[in-house]
Design a protein around this ligand. Structure first.
Ligand SMILES: NC(=O)C1=CN([C@@H]2O[C@H](COP(=O)(O)OP(=O)(O)OC[C@H]3O[C@@H](n4cnc5c(N)ncnc54)[C@H](OP(=O)(O)O)[C@@H]3O)[C@@H](O)[C@H]2O)C=CC1
Ligand SMILES: O=C(O)C1=N[C@H](C(=O)O)C[C@H](O)C1
Length: 259
């Protein structure tokens, strides 16, 4: 696979699917084997024909892509992943909002083929995650609040990235056992909580802030996505790496730390 990868793209007419096709068109190391969308699309996107999603399994067999890149919804991602397991094609998903059962189903797929699931394909967010864990370990009694802001079309709240940051924080601060979503009325803060806030508006590509406060000081660690191309580029980098991996469960750190 030294000459590059042939990628299949799901959710091709979504905000992210379009970005992935645009990023692929810009890269010499990525060719698009095929692209699918649930609703039929007559026009091409970044020069690529868009197939109806009902043809996904047939196209997997006939086009033999090296890897599939999926940004859709939790139910469809599991359906696409299941088809990838049958065809033994590696599967990268940036889709968020999975239930615990959904994540278990993806884990089952990873017994048959390589699966890389990441709630955020930005290298800046990968750096933020590491910075947050280091920072909060240094001030172990401080209060923590996580705030995310996204465009008004986002389905899930809090964002997948916010949930990932919350898990990271809880792995360092085992005393924080309750996630409090928003705050209203007679609702004073308690010692064991992490406040979680989700804002929606306009076309914000994605912002995440971890606020750490105590002892007469405030530390704010923030990431702002300038536009969605960063997620698409990161997903294609992850896809190029995953295409060469054996069956198993991987995250974005596995790909970027091995580069
Ligand atoms: N990990 C990361 O770095 C990032 C993750 N995301 C995540 O990616 C996902 C998609 O986001 P975004 O592109 O903004 O969403 P959009 O709503 O713009 O696009 C969703 C796409 O998925 C398709 N789709 C939705 N439900 C189904 C279904 N049941 N069956 C088949 N296809 C379906 C839609 O098809 P149709 O057009 O026919 O409706 C559309 O093509 C979200 O979960 C989001 O949180 C987003 C950005 C970055
Ligand atoms: O839906 C989005 O747009 C985004 N979703 C991801 C998430 O839920 O964390 C990543 C990014 O913030 C954009």
């Amino acid at each position: 696979m030294g000459d590059g990868i042939r990628v299949a793209v799901t959710g091709a007419n979504g905000r992210m699917g379009r970005e992935v096709l645009a990023a692929a068109a810009d890269r010499k190391d990525v060719a698009v084997a095929f692209a699918v969308n649930r609703s039929s699309i007559e026009e091409t996107i970044s020069g690529y024909k868009i197939n109806n999603a009902s043809k996904f399994a047939t196209l997997l067999a006939s086009e033999s892509p090296d890897v599939v890149v999926d940004f859709t919804g939790p139910e469809s991602a599991i359906q696409y992943a299941t088809a990838c397991a049958e065809a033994m094609v590696p599967f990268v998903t940036g889709t968020t909002g999975f239930s615990d059962e959904g994540v278990e189903q993806l884990h089952s797929v990873s017994e048959e083929t390589a699966v890389l699931k990441a709630t955020n394909f930005s290298r800046g967010v990968a750096a933020l995650r590491r910075a947050v864990q280091e920072a909060i370990a240094a001030v172990p009694s401080y209060d923590i609040e996580v705030t995310e802001t996204h465009h008004n079309g986002k389905q899930d709240a809090p964002s997948g990235t916010a949930n990932t940051l919350l898990s990271d924080i809880e792995s360092v601060r085992e005393d924080l056992t309750e996630r409090v979503h928003g705050r209203e009325g007679d609702a004073p803060r308690t010692a064991g909580e992490i406040g979680v806030h989700a804002r929606r508006g306009g076309d914000v590509a994605g912002e995440h802030e971890v606020l750490v406060a105590g002892n007469n000081e405030v530390l704010s660690l923030t990431h702002r996505a300038g536009d969605r191309s960063i997620f698409a580029i990161g997903a294609l980098d992850a896809a190029a790496w995953l295409a060469e991996q054996p069956a198993g469960w991987y995250d974005f750190f596995d790909a970027i730390d091995d580069a």
